[in-house]
Design a protein around this ligand. Structure first.
Ligand code: F6R
Length: 631
C-alpha cells in the first residue's frame, strides 16, 4: 500500500511524478504529495484525498525542477489529513522523504528525537525519517568515497525497524536522489540521462522498460550521471537491469468507463496467452505419450515424491487456491490444504515431509503472503532433506518480491491490472492451477492420457466461450443489476469446485458495491444461514452440470421456498430451470472441472454493474488498496 515515485533527469520532474502517481493511485488514495528541489529549497505540495486535489494545487505552480519525489497514501498511522500526507520534511525543511511501509520502532525514535528538540507535525511513523537523517547529517562529514548525504541516510536506516521503501531528496544535494528498500517493493528505471524509482513498474512503463528491482537491504544513489547500488553497509553491488517484456501492455482505459470493465473484457485474451505459453503445441495423447501436455519447466526436485501441497494466499488469490486444491486433489491425487497466509504465519501446520508450498499473489507483494512463505522457508531450512523447502509462486508479476524469493514461479501473463478488484488476474491464477494439476497428473499418471486430452481440448475452447458470455450477457446483466441498486444483502451459493466461485462472487460485490454479501457452500445453508433468507435477500446459485448439479438445484429450491429472489448461473435454459430461477445468467456448457472459469464472469459483471449503478468509484473502492504491503 502507498505508492512512491522519484525522478532525476532532464525533464520537468513534476510532470513525471504526477504521471507516476496516477499509475500508482490504485495503491492508496487517502492523500498525495510531491517534493522537488527548486531554487535551493525543497518545494513540497500535498493534498488530502485523491490525486486530482493535488493536481489542482499544482496548476497554480510554475516548477521547472528536474528532481523530485512523490507519494500516494493508504493511511496506516494517522488519519487521511493533509498534515499526514507525504512527503515529510525535517525541521529545517531541507530534507524530504516519502515512504511505503511501516516503521515499527517509530514511537521510540520519535521520543528520542523530541528530546533532542525536534518538533513533529504529523501523526505518521514516516516523519521520524527526515528528522533522523537531519540529525545524522549534522554529525556526518563526507569521506574519501561517499558524500555526507548518503552516509547520513545509511546511519538513519540502521536505526529503522520494520518494512519500508523510501526515497529521499535534500536541498543541499540537488543532484542526488537516494532510495532504500527493506521488505517493501522498489523498482529503479533507467532512461537516457534520467533515472526513476517507483513502487511498481506501472509508474515507469511510459518512460522506460529498462528496470532493476532493488532487493531487501539495498540502497541506491541516483544522479543525472547514473545509478549506484549498495548494500546497507555501503558495499558497492554490481547489478544488471533487465528489459520488461510489456510492450503490448497498456495502462489506459481504452474507451471503457472503468479499468475493471476493461479488465473483465481482457479475459479471453489472458486465457489465450496462458494457453499459448504453457500448453505443448500440437500435443495429442496418441502421438505424444512421452511428453507432458503442459510445459511449466518445473524443477524435478520440486515435484518428485510429492506427498502434500499447501497453498498460502489472501483474498481473491485464496479463492483461486481453493479451486487449485480441488484440481490438485481430484486430478493429481495430492492432498492439498489452502491457508490464509495471515493465519498460517501464527499457527502453521506441523511439518509434513515432501511438501510443495505454493504462494499465490497477483501483485507478488502482499506482505502477509510473503511473510508466511519466508517463515515456511526458514522453518524447513537445515532439516532432513525430505523436509526441504520447495516453494512455487503463482504471480502476475515476474519482477515482484515473491518472484525473487521463491524457487520458481508460474507467471500468469495477465498484464497490468489497475482496478482494485481482481478479475483477469484471478482467471489467470486459475489457469495456473489447471496447468500445474495437469502437469502433475501427467507425471504421476493419475489421469489417463485420453482424459488429459479431453481437459486440454476443453481449456482451448474457453477464450471463445468467455467471449460469448461477454457479448450475449452483459446487457442483460446490466439491466438486472439496476434492480439491486438498493439491496442490502446478497447470498452466493456454490458447491464442489464452484464453492470458491460463490466466495469470489460475494467478495467482488462487497468490495466494490459495499453491499453485504456472503458466499456459502449450497449444502450448508440449511445448517444456519437459511434463517437470513426472505424476499429482500437475493440468492445467486451457481448451478453447473456435473457431480453436484441436482444437489445445487435442490438447495436453490430450499431458498426459493423462503421467498428469496433466485438468480441462477447456469448453462441450461429449460422450463425446469425457468420454474426454479427468477433470473438466469446464462453461460456455455463446459466440463464441470472447467466451469469456474465461465461461472465467475457473470458474477464479475453483476458486481461491476451494481456498483456502477450505485455511482461508486469502482476502480478505487473505499478503504482498499491494490497491493497490500502491510501486515
Ligand atoms: C479482491 C482483491 C484482494 C486481493 C488480495 C491479495 O478483489 O483484489 O482480495 O486478492 O489483497 O492480493 P494479491 O493477489 O496481490 O496477493
Amino acid at each position: 500500500m502507498c505508492g512512491i515515485v522519484g525522478y532525476i533527469g532532464t525533464q520537468k520532474a513534476v510532470d513525471i511524478l504526477v504521471d507516476g502517481l496516477e499509475r500508482l493511485e490504485y495503491r492508496g488514495y487517502d492523500s498525495a504529495g510531491i517534493a522537488t528541489v527548486l531554487e535551493g529549497q525543497i518545494d513540497c505540495i500535498r493534498a488530502k484525498g485523491k490525486l486530482f486535489n493535488l493536481k489542482e494545487k499544482l496548476e497554480r505552480e510554475v516548477n521547472p525542477s528536474q528532481i523530485g519525489i512523490g507519494h500516494t497514501r493508504w493511511a496506516t498511522h494517522g488519519k487521511p489529513e493533509e498534515r499526514n500526507a507525504h512527503p515529510h520534511r525535517d525541521q529545517s525543511g531541507r530534507i524530504a522523504v516519502v515512504q511505503n511501509g511501516i516503521i515499527e520502532n517509530y514511537q521510540e525514535l520519535r521520543e528520542e528525537l523530541k528530546e533532542k528538540g525536534y518538533t513533529f507535525l504529523s501523526e505518521t511513523d514516516t516523519e521520524v525519517i527526515p528528522h533522523l537523517i537531519s540529525d545524522m547529517l549534522a554529525h556526518t562529514e563526507a569521506d574519501d568515497f561517499f558524500g555526507a548525504f548518503l552516509l547520513a541516510i545509511k546511519k538513519a536506516i540502521a536505526r529503522l525497524e520494520g518494512a519500508f521503501a523510501i526515497a529521499v531528496i535534500c536541498a543541499d544535494y540537488p543532484d542526488e536522489l537516494i532510495v532504500a528498500r527493506q521488505q517493501a517493493p522498489l523498482i529503479l528505471g533507467f532512461g537516457q540521462g534520467e533515472f526513476f524509482c517507483a513502487s511498481d513498474v506501472t509508474a515507469l512503463v511510459n518512460h522506460t522498460r529498462t528496470v532493476l528491482s532493488l532487493e531487501n537491504g539495498e540502497i541506491a544513489r541516483l544522479t543525472p550521471l547514473g545509478v549506484e547500488v549498495y548494500d546497507f553497509d555501503l558495499n558497492r553491488l554490481r547489478k544488471l537491469p533487465r528489459t520488461l517484456d510489456w510492450s503490448h501492455t497498456t495502462v489506459e482505459k481504452q474507451g471503457f468507463r472503468h479499468f475493471m470493465l476493461k479488465e473483465i473484457y481482457e479475459q479471453p485474451a489472458v486465457v489465450r496467452a496462458c494457453l499459448e505459453t504453457y500448453l505443448t503445441p500440437n500435443w495429442h495423447a496418441a502421438e505424444n505419450p512421452d511428453t507432458s501436455p503442459v510445459q511449466l519447466g518445473l524443477a524435478p526436485e520440486m515435484v518428485e515424491n510429492l506427498q502434500y501441497i499447501q497453498i498460502l494466499a489472501c483474498g481473491t488469490s485464496w479463492h483461486a487456491g481453493l479451486v487449485g486444491k480441488y484440481l490438485l486433489e481430484q486430478l493429481a491425487g495430492i492432498p492439498t490444504v489452502v491457508q490464509y497466509a495471515s493465519e498460517f504465519r501464527y499457527a502453521p501446520t506441523p511439518l509434513i515431509p515432501h511438501t510443495l508450498t505454493i504462494g499465490v499473489t497477483q501483485s507478488g507483494e502482499t506482505a502477509d503472503t510473503l511473510a508466511a512463505l519466508e517463515m515456511e522457508k526458514q522453518r524447513r531450512t537445515g532439516l532432513d532433506a525430505s523436509f526441504a523447502p520447495h516453494i512455487l509462486g503463482i504471480t502476475n508479476r515476474p519482477e515482484s518480491t515473491l518472484a525473487q524469493m521463491v524457487d520458481q514461479i508460474i507467471n500468469t501473463h495477465a498484464g497490468i491490472e489497475i482496478g482494485v478488484a481482481a478479475t483477469k488476474t484471478f482467471i489467470a491464477q486459475l489457469m495456473g492451477f489447471y496447468f500445474l494439476s495437469l502437469d502433475l497428473a501427467y507425471r504421476r499418471r493419475s489421469l489417463s492420457l485420453e482424459k488429459l486430452e479431453e481437459i486440454i481440448n476443453g481449456l482451448r475452447q474457453l477464450p471463445a466461450q468467455i467471449e460469448v458470455i461477454l457479448e450475449k450477457q452483459e446487457k442483460a446483466i446490466e439491466e438486472l443489476a439496476h434492480e439491486f441498486a438498493d439491496t442490502q444483502d446478497f447470498i452466493f451459493l456454490g458447491r464442489g469446485i464452484n464453492f470458491p466461485i460463490a466466495l469470489e462472487g460475494a467478495l467482488k460485490l462487497k468490495e466494490i458495491s459495499y453491499i453485504h454479501a456472503e458466499g456459502y457452500p449450497a449444502g450448508e445453508m440449511k445448517h444456519g444461514p437459511i434463517a437470513l433468507l426472505d424476499s429482500k435477500v437475493p440468492v445467486v446459485a451457481i448451478a453447473m452440470p456435473g457431480e453436484v448439479y441436482e444437489k445445487v438445484l435442490s438447495n436453490a429450491q430450499e431458498a426459493k421456498a423462503r421467498d428469496a429472489r433466485l438468480i441462477g448461473v447456469i448453462p441450461t435454459d429449460s422450463p425446469e430451470t425457468r420454474s426454479i430461477f427468477d433470473d438466469l445468467l446464462m453461460v456455455p456448457q463446459v466440463q464441470e472441472l472447467l466451469s469456474p472459469i465461465v461461472a465467475v464472469i457473470p458474477l464479475q459483471l453483476l458486481s461491476y454493474h451494481i456498483a456502477s449503478r450505485r455511482g461508486l468509484d469502482v476502480d478505487q473502492p473505499r478503504n482498499l488498496a491494490k497491493s497490500v504491503t502491510v501486515e
